[in-house]
Design a protein around this ligand. Structure first.
Ligand SMILES: NC(=O)c1ccc[n+]([C@@H]2O[C@H](COP(=O)([O-])OP(=O)(O)OC[C@H]3O[C@@H](n4cnc5c(N)ncnc54)[C@H](O)[C@@H]3O)[C@@H](O)[C@H]2O)c1
Length: 340
């Protein structure tokens, strides 16, 4: 495979994870980075040994750049993506796709119209455990699924919320614990269930001095008929590994912290599926994210882009978790069940 030219906009915490991953992908050529704050950009570029652009426009007019990776605060994803799509670039955008589902949809349509590809980062779909669960559920090993629950009882410190002006704001983050932290697990569970049908939700700012929720609950009806709860928080002390529990007529599968914890399925040996602990996510305060799962997703996405195929988490897929989160917010405000 020839190399694909990739450039990054946004030089913050997750951008470093992308650079570490891209450096291990032979098919990726890192063309350069751009950040609004020049000092941040230069510091980042020196630390990671990458080139810089003088402006976003300069990045977009570089013919070597095939794909733009957007690692900016959430509310900027759509606008920066639309600009990239106008310039004829494929797009990889960090989660959430945007904070506004309508803008996200405009981005998806702009890519389709310009014959471009896009992907949304949900790297937790790429763990061996998540793929095993998805395959097993698609093969129907649990029979009819009746109950599917997602629990994200994490903790973030007050300092975490002070570490970026956008954190804990409706305007830029678009929400709190659900849209930023629990969305990974919401994406996974809705993927396992084949999409959500309706949501009844309640959110609260229980602990942190922020404008958005640090606690969110929902009752969800999935398209496959299963019911389930979602609990997402950054206020649970000291923070626990996130869990997904799926119960069907032939048994139960539990994922915890990205590992298979229980595999009690009729006709199958649990020891064939439950491995030792391999992965841990950001349950407690310091979200030191490994680049391993980003690398797996970026590899798959760049392969797909190269062959002009759809990646696993294309725009439409990446939008689904945002729609669920927004429905929880709307439901909490109105007290009504929201149909998706
Ligand atoms: N997939 C994951 O596990 C994961 C982990 C962390 C963050 N994220 C996502 O990545 C995105 C970025 O998060 P982060 O933690 O890296 O944020 P960050 O605050 O560390 O970095 C954001 C960058 O954007 C720049 N920026 C801020 N406002 C800007 C503006 N108005 N115009 C242009 N540039 C601006 C900042 O200078 C900074 O370099 C978010 O959407 C977040 O949800 C994903």
């Amino acid at each position: 495979m020839n190399q694909i030219g990739v450039a990054l906009v946004g030089c913050g915490m997750v951008a470093a994870v992308h650079i570490a991953a891209l450096k291990e992908i032979p098919a990726a050529k890192i063309c350069g980075v751009w950040n609004r704050t020049r000092e941040t950009m230069l510091e980042f570029a020196e630390k990671h040994g990458v080139n810089t652009y003088d402006s976003y426009e300069a990045m977009l007019s570089d013919p070597e750049v095939n794909t733009v990776i957007i690692t900016l605060p959430p509310a900027l994803h759509g606008d920066y993506g639309l600009q990239a799509a106008s310039a004829g670039k494929n797009i990889i955008v960090e989660k959430p796709i945007d904070i506004d589902p309508e803008k996200a949809d405009r981005l998806i349509q702009a890519c389709r119209k310009n014959n471009l590809k896009m992907a949304v980062i949900f790297q937790n779909r790429y763990t061996a455990a998540a793929q095993k669960v998805k395959n097993a559920l698609d093969q129907g090993v649990l029979g009819k699924i009746i109950l599917a629950d997602a629990y994200v009882k994490w903790y973030r410190s007050p300092e975490y919320y002070k570490s970026g002006a956008w954190r804990g704001t409706w305007e830029i983050e678009g929400g709190g614990a659900l849209i930023t932290q629990a969305i990974h697990t919401i994406d996974l569970i809705q993927w396992f269930m084949g999409g959500a049908h309706s949501v009844y939700g309640r959110i609260k700012t229980a602990f942190h001095k922020i404008k958005t929720e640090d606690l969110g609950l929902a009752i969800v009806e999935y398209k496959n008929g299963a019911l389930g709860v979602i609990e997402g928080s950054t206020a649970v002390v000291p923070g626990f590994k996130e869990r997904i529990e799926v119960h069907g007529e032939k048994g139960t599968i539990v994922l915890e912290g990205g590992n298979i914890k229980e595999w009690k399925v009729e006709g199958q040996r649990e020891s064939d599926f439950v491995a030792g602990e391999q992965i841990s996510f950001g349950d407690t305060n310091s979200p030191a994210i490994s680049h391993v799962n980003h690398k797996a997703q970026l590899e798959e996405v760049l392969q797909a882009f190269f062959h002009n195929e759809e990646p696993l988490v294309n725009g439409e897929e990446g939008l689904k978790s945002l729609q669920i989160v927004k429905a929880i917010y709307t439901s909490s405000q109105s007290g009504q069940k929201i149909l998706l």
